[in-house]
Design a protein around this ligand. Structure first.
Ligand SMILES: C[S@@+](CC[C@H](N)C(=O)[O-])C[C@H]1O[C@@H](n2cnc3c(N)ncnc32)[C@H](O)[C@@H]1O
Length: 239
């Protein structure tokens, strides 16, 4: 059994050399689909809109190279990631000089009660001590602050890894993982139901299918396969 520090070091190294721009275009298409769905969910959340209106302080925890930067760029936001190279790429892509911090979700370099909103998207599946991570996120949130998590759903009907063949520690999470003291679960949804078989389509057909057919079905599939989408989005409020 590997020691926790070694596992974290493997994850850091993996993301230091993670270059999704070199992935085959069908994977990029599927990643774009997830991104589109996440942005749509967050933009329509009243908790996010409320914090935006109040110009609250935001942390994008495990920001990677900034896929979700458009959601937070006009807010007072700090960006944290374990991987220095991802942060460097992030800065290069968007021409940023500051606001990026290299750090670990298990030991956040912030004072208690700093943030109104924390986004933690596609990160917690790599964290062994999810309870410690949730405690840290709870500590740095203000009272009534909101934590929004997106993670691979353990209860998904799609069992296949869709984007990556992860050679590092990762596992799906379920709602139960978020029923922890100090947080009230405000809402949750699961999303993304595209079966892996669609990967065989030529990319231009896949794109066409997603735009013209799949995106129109997504909401119905959320009702039909309640709780069984590939990804879980949970909104927690510090109580
Ligand atoms: C799949 S990427 C997601 C990046 C971004 N949130 C997105 O959705 O595009 C996972 C990110 O989590 C970061 N990460 C993994 N373990 C972490 C930890 N213990 N503390 C902080 N960041 C971590 C990785 O370095 C990587 O950038």
């Amino acid at each position: 059994m590997k020691r926790k520090e070694n596992i974290r070091e493997d994850i850091r190294k993996f993301y230091d050399s993670w270059t999704p721009e070199t992935f085959p275009s069908y994977i990029k298409t599927l990643m774009d689909l997830e991104e589109k769905l996440v942005v749509d969910i967050i933009e329509n959340l009243e908790e996010y809109r409320d914090i935006k209106r109040k110009n609250g302080i935001v942390l994008d925890c495990g920001c990677g190279f900034g896929s979700y930067y458009p959601l937070t760029k006009d807010l007072n936001t700090l960006y944290l990631d374990l991987s220095y190279n991802q942060l460097k790429r992030f800065g290069k892509i968007y021409g940023l000089r500051s606001n990026r911090i290299c750090g670990d979700i298990l030991n956040l370099p912030f004072k208690d009660s700093t943030f109104d909103l924390i986004l933690c998207i596609n990160v917690l599946e790599h964290v062994i001590d999810i309870n410690i991570a949730l405690k840290e996120l709870h500590r740095v949130l203000k009272d009534e602050g909101v934590l929004l998590v997106v993670a691979v759903n353990r209860e998904s009907i799609i069992r296949e890894e869709i984007f990556n063949e992860f050679r590092i520690y990762h596992r799906g999470l379920s709602l139960r993982d978020f029923k922890v003291d100090g947080f009230e679960m405000v809402k949750y949804t699961t999303f993304y139901f595209l079966p892996p078989i669609f990967k065989i389509l030529p990319v231009f057909i896949l794109n066409y299918f997603i735009d013209k057919i799949y995106l129109k079905l997504e909401y119905r599939l959320r009702d039909l396969f309640r709780g069984r989408g590939q990804f879980l989005c949970v909104v927690l409020r510090k109580s």
